[in-house]
Design a protein around this ligand. Structure first.
Ligand SMILES: [Zn+2]
Length: 327
């Protein structure tokens, strides 16, 4: 498999490089720790210039990040409220990102996807390499892969899946440059993802998108993802699907596979409640407030914790590969 391109991005702690595109998805190598383990934080729905407890969540992330010696941060989208960035010189980038996540432990690479609110602004601006000149931590692409060898993390651009954003825009204007026609964009993305998942030999396969597959929060399940994305995750032994969008913390187990659905969309504004009458099958944990999530992986074990705005651990889930293989 020939390397298609080599692009060097220098960060505070490590050099990242594009290995190759196994399908069409760009792949970034991010080595695990020397002992083979990996740890990172997952945060979604955050950029509000520090308001709605964004700064308090950031402070606790800094403490947990230091304790776990995190390798990077995953952002599950809705990075800048209310309407993304205006352009790649928008002051909101520094006011909501650079000046908020100031802890030493958070000066690591951030891997971000776009959310629906990001698409309501200049979505292309968030992908701009100019932002990486302002803050080298920033890396936001539509769909891409981070390969740590221990784990492979597949970032999926979920906003274009949601039909409502094309048909009932409620006065919002979406930046669909590079997306249309929607149908072929989705078809190609799913084809690329499926191939990359099938070829992956990583111990842990994690998929990250902005929208939930399963949620009992305000927005509930994303039907388009249940229909189109979930079957591919089930077929390819994905361990976890992580998302934002609903401003809460959640852990739901798939009823038909070992996949864990994890929502971390509580980076700032929260307390939106949950909708009655939604599918609550497999629900292990729901917290309707601000916070974030940590992920620690070894060859055999996953340890995932959810924290509130004061840094209290609200819920912990563990998974063991040995256990699965011995069953
Ligand atoms: Zn959203």
């Amino acid at each position: 498999m020939a390397a298609i391109s080599m692009l060097f991005l220098f960060t505070f702690s490590s050099a990242l490089w594009v290995l190759h595109a196994s399908a069409e998805l760009q792949t970034f190598a991010h080595p695990s720790k020397h002992d083979g383990s990996l740890s990172f934080l997952v945060l979604g729905d955050w950029g509000r210039r520090g308001a709605y407890n964004q700064s308090q969540v950031a402070f606790q992330m800094g403490k947990v990040g230091e304790k776990l010696d995190i390798d990077f941060v995953v952002s599950a989208g809705d990075n800048f409220y209310d309407n993304g960035l205006v352009d790649d010189h928008d002051a909101a980038f520094e006011e909501s990102f650079t000046n908020i996540y100031t802890a030493k432990s958070l000066q690591k690479q951030w891997y971000s996807v776009l959310g629906n609110h990001d698409y309501r602004g200049n979505a292309v601006a968030q992908l701009s390499p100019l932002l990486r000149k302002i803050d080298t931590r920033w890396l936001c692409l539509r769909s891409f892969i981070v390969n740590t060898e221990l784990a492979e993390i597949f970032f999926v651009d979920t906003t274009p899946f949601v039909r409502e954003y094309f048909t009932e825009t409620n006065g919002h204007k979406y930046d669909w440059r590079g997306i249309l026609p929607q149908k072929s964009y989705i078809t190609n993305l799913l084809k690329d993802l499926e191939l990359a998942l099938r070829e992956s030999s990583a111990k842990w396969k994690i998929v990250v998108g902005h929208h939930a597959i399963r949620s009992v929060g305000h927005h509930g399940d994303t039907q388009e993802l249940v229909t189109q994305l979930l079957p591919i995750l089930r077929e390819n032994n994905v361990d976890f699907y992580m998302n934002g969008h609903d401003h809460c913390l959640e852990h739901i187990s798939d009823t038909e596979s070992p996949i864990g659905f994890l929502t971390s969309g509580a980076g700032s504004k929260a307390w939106r409640g949950y909708t009655q009458g939604l599918n609550r099958k497999g629900l292990n944990f729901f917290y309707d407030g601000q916070g974030f999530m940590s992920v620690q992986l070894t060859q055999t074990d996953a340890n995932i914790e959810f924290y509130d705005v004061s840094g209290n651990v609200l819920h912990r889930l563990t998974a063991s590969k040995q256990l699965h293989s011995s069953l």
